[in-house]
Design a protein around this ligand. Structure first.
Ligand code: SAH
Length: 220
C-alpha cells in the first residue's frame, strides 16, 4: 500500500473512532478522492517531506501548522461541498486545505494574516495548477466582502467568538465551519448555519486544539 492510501485508511479509521462525537461514520467519497489527489508533500517544509502523509499536524514556519489530514478531511466534509460552490477559507497557512477544497468546488477564496505564508501559498497553488484559488493577505476576521456571499466558510484557526463579518458573508443555507473556544477554554469544531430568514444555529462537533486566530492590529 502506498503512503497516500495508508493516510486515507488512517483518516477512515479516525472517522470511525470519533463517530460518537461527529455522528459521521464515513466521509463523502469526493472528500477522500480530493485528499488522494492533492500532493501533501508539496505543502510541507522540504525536511518534513518524509512525514507528509502521516496523519499528524506538521510545522510550516512562523509558529503555524498544517492541520492533521483527518481534521482537514472532516472540516471539508462538514462544509458539504458541491461542485458549483464558492468557499471562503480563513487561515491559508501553506494552502493545503485550500487545495483540497479546490478539487471539490468552483472557487476558493482564502485569506491569510501572515504575509510570508500567504505569498508562499499563492505561489505554490499557482505552480501546482490550482487556478480556482485566490489568496489575499489580510485579517480574515473581516472575511472577503467583495467576493461574498459564500456557500461555505471554513476557519482554520481557533476563534474566541464567531466573527460577525463571516456570518454576514454566508449565503442563506450556507455552512460556517470553525474551531470555537467554549466556556471552559477547550475548543470544539462547530458548524454554524444560517437559514433563509437569516436565523443562526450552531452545533458542536468535535473537541480540537487549533492555533489561535490572530487579530492583527488589535493590541493584546
Ligand atoms: N489551512 C491551513 C492551516 C493553517 S494554520 C493549512 O491547510 O495549512 C492557521 C493559519 O491561520 C495560520 O497560517 C495563521 O497565520 C492564520 N491566521 C490566524 N489568524 C488569522 C486571521 N485573523 N486572518 C487570516 N489568517 C489567520
Amino acid at each position: 500500500m502506498d503512503r497516500k492510501q495508508r493516510m486515507i485508511g488512517e483518516i477512515e479509521e479516525e472517522v470511525r473512532s470519533t463517530v460518537g462525537y461527529t455522528g459521521r461514520a464515513r466521509l463523502r467519497t469526493g472528500v477522500l478522492e480530493a485528499m488522494t489527489a492533492v500532493p501533501r508533500e508539496e505543502f510541507v517544509p522540504p525536511n518534513l517531506r518524509e512525514q507528509a502523509y502521516e496523519n499528524v499536524p506538521l510545522p510550516i514556519g512562523q509558529g503555524q501548522t498544517i492541520s492533521q489530514p483527518f481534521i482537514v478531511a472532516l472540516m471539508t466534509d462538514l462544509l458539504e461541498p458541491e461542485p458549483g460552490h464558492r468557499i471562503l477559507e480563513v487561515g491559508t497557512g501553506c494552502g493545503y486545505q485550500a487545495a483540497v477544497l479546490a478539487e471539490l468546488v468552483q472557487e476558493v477564496y482564502s485569506v491569510e494574516a501572515i504575509p510570508g505564508l500567504g505569498e508562499a501559498a499563492r505561489e505554490r497553488l499557482k505552480r501546482l495548477g490550482y487556478g480556482n484559488v485566490s489568496v489575499r493577505v489580510a485579517d480574515g476576521n473581516r472575511g472577503w466582502p467583495e467576493a461574498a456571499p459564500f456557500d461555505g466558510i471554513v476557519v482554520t484557526a481557533g476563534a474566541r467568538e464567531v466573527p460577525v463579518a463571516l456570518v454576514e458573508q454566508l449565503a442563506p443555507g450556507g455552512r460556517l465551519v470553525l474551531p470555537l473556544e467554549g466556556p471552559d477554554a477547550g475548543q470544539d469544531i462547530q458548524v454554524v448555519t444560517k437559514d433563509s430568514e437569516g436565523a443562526r444555529t450552531s452545533q458542536p462537533i468535535l473537541p480540537v486544539a487549533f492555533v489561535p486566530l490572530i487579530h492583527p492590529g488589535v493590541p493584546g
